[in-house]
Design a protein around this ligand. Structure first.
Ligand SMILES: Cc1cc2nc3c(=O)[nH]c(=O)nc-3n(C[C@H](O)[C@H](O)[C@H](O)COP(=O)(O)O)c2cc1C
Length: 307
């Protein structure tokens, strides 16, 4: 079967992308496989100005996953555009920029800088920044803010598709999904990490200097599948599924509940060749199960008593 997938104005070779913050800018992984074979690379989160990130330790292992509190360490949009993007394989695979800012205006400005770049296929908006003006709540938890940020990015994005990456740390993911759609999002990405914490009972200290962090890996997959399922029911725009993918069958689970594509994150840390192998594994599984097209398989979940 032809694994290529079309959505939101893009054509990807296959539905496997790498998730922001877990695959650097791709170049770091070029020794482990052919970057051009991937459906796409979502670059490390970018802000307008360079950021050093949070103090160490900022990673902790947990059963079936990990906690991180990196704090969007990155070289800033200007350095990315002038030095890093030209070295990325953007002619061979889709490069998606992941945007991080702390307000609609700043998001809009950042979108303007990145949208001007030919090498960027789409903008993915990370709406999980603590919103200082709202007393420390998350953008991602406030549907009104999600819509405002999406509108601000959309205004400056030109012809580039805008994906809005949602947080699972909300009461109703469907409400957030609809807010992004109403703000003009071309697609949704979900999920980002779940807030979590790890402590050392002997030393009586938190395992992260930041105390709390984001949980990712296989532990979050059921939450991610539930969020994707509910978002797909709530909106008419395509959804990219993320969370705990460790094998080709996991990819098919996300597509079964309606995702157009997926991103793989934590698994890249365990096996740096994971994403490359996953594309081959997916091709083999699709053949083995006799899936004839993504259109036929996508969203074909059968819920007894409901179909
Ligand atoms: C170390 C680390 C850094 C991350 N950095 C970002 C980031 O900069 N922007 C973003 O939107 N998501 C970031 N994420 C979230 C991932 O892109 C992904 O949504 C999440 O890890 C769930 O997928 P997984 O279970 O396959 O890892 C990061 C995750 C990890 C583990």
């Amino acid at each position: 079967m032809d694994l290529s997938v079309r959505f939101a104005g893009l054509e990807l070779k296959n539905p496997v992308l790498t998730a922001s913050g877990t695959f650097g800018f791709g170049l770091e992984f070029s020794g482990f496989g052919n970057l051009a074979a991937l459906g796409g690379i979502v670059a490390k989160g970018l802000s307008l100005k360079p950021r050093e990130g949070n103090p160490m330790p900022r990673i902790a292992e947990t059963p079936c996953g990990m906690l991180n509190a990196i704090g969007i360490q990155n070289p800033g949009a200007e350095v990315f555009v002038s030095k890093i993007l030209p070295a990325m394989p953007w002619k061979e695979t889709a490069v998606v920029a992941n945007l991080y800012a702390c307000g609609p205006d700043e998001f809009g400005e950042l979108a303007g800088v990145l949208a001007a770049e030919e090498g960027i296929a789409a903008l993915e908006v990370n709406v999980s920044c603590p919103n200082v003006s709202q007393g420390g709540s998350l953008f991602g938890a406030d549907p009104r803010q999600i819509a405002l940020v999406t509108e601000a990015v959309k205004k400056r994005a030109g012809s580039k598709p805008v994906w809005v990456k949602l947080s699972p740390n909300v009461t109703d993911i469907a409400v957030c999904a609809r807010a992004a759609e109403q703000g003009g999002a071309d697609a949704l990405s979900l999920i980002n990490t779940l807030t979590g914490m790890a402590v050392d009972a002997r030393t009586r200290r938190p395992r992260l200097a930041n105390v709390v962090g984001g949980l990712s890996g296989p532990a979050v997959k059921p939450v991610a599948l539930r969020c994707v399922h509910q978002a797909v029911q709530a909106v008419g725009i395509p959804v990219v599924g993320i969370g705990g993918i460790t094998c080709a069958e996991d990819v098919l689970e996300f597509i079964l509940v309606g995702a157009h594509a997926v991103q793989v994150g934590t698994a890249n840390f365990l096996r740096p060749d994971f994403a490359f192998r996953l594309v081959d594994e997916l091709a083999a599984l699709v053949e083995q199960w006799g899936i004839s097209s993504w259109e036929e398989y996508r969203g074909s979940l059968e819920i007894p008593g409901k179909n």
